[in-house]
Write a protein that binds this ligand. Structure first.
Ligand code: DOR
Ligand code: ZN
Length: 360
C-alpha cells in the first residue's frame, strides 16, 4: 500500500551545510557572506581567489578574513580548501589537513573556469599529491570538465569521466572524491556506480534550469555558469539523484557572485549567485518531487557523513509561504542579481527552530 503523506506547511530540519561555495574576498566577501551564514552552519569555501589559496598560510589568512566579516554572534564555520597546482607539495597539504586548516583539496583543470589559470594541466603532475591524499583520507574535490577546445562545451563533463575521473578512480581506488556541481545523467550514474568513497554535490540551479534558460527570448547571462546547464533529461536525472535518498549526493550551492556589470558584458563571467535563497530553492524542488522528507538528509546529513564531520545539532525552520526574491541585491558599491530574481518561492527560511526567529 503506498500512500503519499500530506505535504507539511512547516519543516524543521537539522541546520544544513553548504559543501561548495565561492565567498570571494574584500568588499564582495562582506556583502555575500551573511546570505550563506544565515542558513548554513558550515561551508566548504572554494580557493579560486586571485592569487589562489595554495598554501596553509594563505588559507589561515583567508579564514581569518571570513571570520572577521561575519556578523557578531553568527555561528558559522568556514571549511578551507587548497587549490591544487602542478607544483603542489604533498607535505604542505598533509600539514594543512592534520592541523585542521584544510578540509579538502580542489582540482581545477587549468582554464576550466574562473581563476583556474594556475590549475593542473595534467593529472600526472599531481600523482604524488593524490597518493598522499588517499593515504591520509583527505578529500579531493573535482571540477569535472575537460578543457579541450575540440570537445563541445555540453560534453565536457561526460568526457571528463572517460578521460580523467575513471583514471583517478583506477589509480587511487580509496581516494575520497567529490564530483562537484554535477550537471549530467552520466555523472550521476558514474557516482552511483562507484564505491562509497565517491560522492557528488548538486546545485540548486542545476535542479531547476536546463540549457534553454540561457537563451530564452535573448541571451540570459545570469543563467550562465560552469559547468553549463545541460538538456532537460539531465536536469531530471539530477532531480532523481538529489531526492533519491542516496548518501552519495549532497548539497553544494556553487553560489558564485559576480557584479552585474561583469555578467552583463560582451564576455560575461560564469557563475550564479544563489546564496540568498538557496535552501528555499532546494525546498521548492524537493516539494515538487514529493520528497520533502528527504531534504534534511541531502542538506544536513550526507555531507558531514561523507567528510567524516559531526552533523550540526541545531535546527532551522522552513515555512510554506511566499518568499519574493528581489531583482537585485546591493553588494557594497556593486549590485548582484540573485538566482530566482523576480520570482516568488513557495517556501521561506524562518530562522532557527525553537529559538527566536532571525529575520528572513
Ligand atoms: O560558474 C562558475 N563560477 N563555475 C565555477 O567553476 C567557478 C565559479 C566562479 O568562481 O565564478
Ligand atoms: Zn564552484
Amino acid at each position: 500500500m503506498s500512500e503519499t503523506p500530506p505535504s507539511p506547511d512547516r519543516l524543521i530540519i537539522r541546520r544544513p551545510d553548504d559543501w561548495h561555495v565561492h565567498l570571494r574576498d574584500g568588499e564582495m566577501l562582506r556583502a555575500v557572506l551573511g546570505h550563506t551564514a544565515r542558513q548554513f552552519g558550515r561551508a566548504i569555501v572554494m580557493p579560486n581567489l586571485s592569487p589562489p589559496v595554495t598554501t596553509v598560510a594563505r588559507a589561515i589568512s583567508y579564514r581569518d578574513r571570513i571570520i572577521a566579516a561575519l556578523d557578531p554572534g553568527a555561528a558559522f564555520e568556514p571549511l578551507m580548501t587548497c587549490y591544487l597546482t602542478n607544483e603542489t607539495d604533498p607535505d604542505e597539504i598533509e600539514r594543512g589537513f592534520k592541523d585542521k586548516v584544510f578540509a579538502a583539496c580542489k582540482l581545477y583543470p587549468a582554464h576550466a573556469t574562473t581563476n583556474s589559470e594556475h590549475g593542473v594541466t595534467d593529472i600526472r603532475n599531481i600523482h604524488s599529491v593524490l597518493e598522499r591524499m588517499q593515504r591520509i583520507g583527505m578529500p579531493l574535490l573535482l571540477h569535472g570538465e575537460v578543457t579541450d577546445s575540440a570537445i563541445d562545451i555540453f560534453d565536457r563533463e561526460a568526457v571528463f569521466i572517460e578521460r580523467v575521473f575513471s583514471r583517478i578512480a583506477a589509480d587511487f581506488p580509496a581516494l575520497k572524491t567529490v564530483f562537484e556541481h554535477i550537471t549530467t545523467a552520466d555523472a550521476a550514474a558514474f557516482v552511483e556506480s562507484s564505491g562509497p568513497n565517491v560522492a557528488a554535490t548538486i546545485t540548486p540551479h542545476h535542479l531547476r534550469i536546463n540549457r534553454n534558460a540561457m537563451f530564452e527570448g535573448g541571451i540570459r547571462p545570469h543563467f550562465y555558469c560552469l559547468p553549463v546547464a545541460k538538456r532537460e533529461r539531465h536536469r531530471l536525472a539530477l532531480r532523481r539523484a538529489a531526492t533519491s535518498g542516496s548518501p552519495k549526493f549532497f548539497l553544494g550551492t556553487d553560489s558564485a557572485p559576480h557584479a552585474i556589470g561583469r555578467k552583463e558584458a560582451a564576455c560575461g563571467c560564469a557563475g550564479i549567485f544563489n546564496a540568498p535563497f538557496a535552501i528555499e530553492s532546494y525546498a521548492a524542488t524537493f516539494d515538487e518531487e514529493g520528497a520533502l522528507g528527504r531534504l534534511e538528509a541531502f542538506a544536513s546529513e550526507h555531507g558531514p557523513n561523507f567528510y567524516g564531520l559531526p552533523q550540526n545539532t541545531d535546527r532551522i525552520l522552513l515555512e510554506r509561504g511566499s518568499c519574493a526574491a528581489p531583482e537585485r541585491i546591493k553588494a557594497g558599491a556593486e549590485e548582484l542579481v540573485p538566482f530566482h530574481a523576480g520570482e516568488t518561492l513557495p517556501w521561506r527560511f524562518a530562522g532557527k527552530a525553537g529559538g527566536s526567529s532571525e529575520p528572513a
